[in-house]
Design a binder for this molecule. Structure first.
Ligand code: SF4
Length: 395
């Protein structure tokens, strides 16, 4: 917060201030930041462009603070196209803050199934319950109005707090996501190599608010993200259609287009696991996952979850990425099934026996749901050794 105080809107930024926080190699020239006119001109151009080119998205049509809260949770690490049907279904099922607060955890998790990162659904539910509880006696819900206030709720980090305060409430603060980092790094020719996306956002946040036109924070923050998503794309930026090309150092000085922003190479860790497909004609044995991301979500069990020694053979593979892990799950099938799955599961307390015809009523992780759908409902779709990559980060 000290940085925000030090760098007031329109003020000149000393390289000393930036390098103290972002490292000495955050070394673009002071000249590029001396003109608040230039920064404000960029901000106004982006807002004007947005007025004519914005996509029609359901959370823009229904722009209540509740709708924005839901969309910001859903959009964390998930693409717009994936979120749209979930958002529409969500508002049909839980049309208000009060309706969501009154819903059971099971209903909430079921509505979220397939979006992944299930802790988001729990945190959204908890946040809404706290808002409703805190404001019940005062009539209509009272939302926080500052990023600091929003950050007191579960699952609301720095980006989401700034997005809600600016986009939903027009507070003069900048929300910095990957799109904003890309646009501002390119516009200012910043060639620093960042350790991570998080670090880049931290650095860019210190200058991002200087571009917000007075009184237009909501439009500006959405506009610069939209510019990053539609024009200043990671690959092949459409500089010929860009409203700020005349101010952009990357374009004017031909600094290398898509090479900016620059990041240290991500090192992925490979993890190999085994899962057991235990299923007869009417029932299937699953296990509720533990851990932050998939807590209480059903998946196929691992051999370590089974107390008996079962002879098995491999029948398929699921590949998924979660954060910096690439996980390959080999699916095993027992050579012969126990006679009575119901009796057998009672001696394996970590496991749950579910009727296949009711599988749709339970929340499964996306990769396991898709694999089981293929195996159980469309036999022959999954072939042994199939290596379908599910890049959905634990969905
Ligand atoms: S001119 Fe090109 S590189 Fe610069 S901000 Fe626009 S799209 Fe991005």
């Amino acid at each position: 917060m000290r940085w925000i105080k030090e760098i007031s809107v329109g003020a000149e930024i000393s390289p000393k201030i930036l390098s103290r926080s972002c490292g000495n190699s955050f070394n673009y020239s002071v000249k590029s930041f001396t003109g608040s006119d230039r920064e404000q001109a960029i901000g106004h151009s982006i807002v004007q462009w947005f007025g004519k080119n914005r996509r029609i998205l359901p959370w823009r049509t229904n722009s209540s603070t509740y709708g924005r809260l839901v969309s910001e949770f859903m959009l964390q690490q998930t693409q717009v196209a994936t979120v749209i049907p979930y958002f529409e279904n969500w508002l049909r099922q839980f049309p208000s803050l009060e309706a969501l607060a009154a819903a059971s955890e099971r209903e909430v998790m079921k509505a979220w199934e397939g979006l992944g990162y299930y802790s988001r659904a729990r945190n959204l539910h908890e946040t809404v319950k706290q808002i409703v509880k805190g404001t019940h006696s005062r009539g209509s819900p009272i939302f926080p109005e500052t990023p600091k206030g929003w950050k007191l709720f579960p699952g609301i980090g720095d980006y989401t707090a700034h997005a809600l305060a600016s986009i939903a409430q027009n507070q003069h603060v900048a929300a910095v996501d990957g799109n904003v980092v890309r646009v501002l790094c390119r516009a200012n020719g910043i060639q620093q190599i960042f350790d991570s996306k998080h670090r880049a956002a931290e650095c860019i946040k210190k200058i991002a608010h200087r571009y917000i036109p007075r009184g237009k924070s909501a439009d500006y923050n959405e506009a610069i993200m939209e510019l990053g998503a539609l024009i200043c794309k990671p690959k092949n930026p459409s500089c010929g259609h860009c409203p700020i090309a005349s101010h952009c150092r990357n374009f004017q000085e031909k600094l290398g287009g898509e090479q900016i922003p620059r990041f240290r190479k991500t090192i992925y860790v490979q993890r190999d696991m085994q899962r057991i497909f235990l299923c007869d004609s009417s029932s299937i044995i699953l296990k509720k996952a533990k851990g932050r991301r998939l807590h209480n979500i059903f998946e196929m069990p691992s051999p370590e979850d089974i107390t008996e020694n079962l002879a098995t053979h491999a029948i398929g593979k699921i590949c998924r990425s979660i954060a910096r892990e690439r996980i390959t799950e080999t699916i095993l099938e027992p050579d012969s099934l126990p006679d009575d799955l119901g009796a057998w599961v009672q001696s394996n307390l970590k496991l749950t026996l579910l009727p296949i015809r009711e599988l749709g009523n339970f929340t499964l992780s996306g990769p396991h749901r898709r694999w089981l759908n293929g195996k159980i409902f469309a036999p022959g779709k999954i072939v042994p050794g199939n290596e379908k990559v599910e890049k959905d980060s634990g969905k």
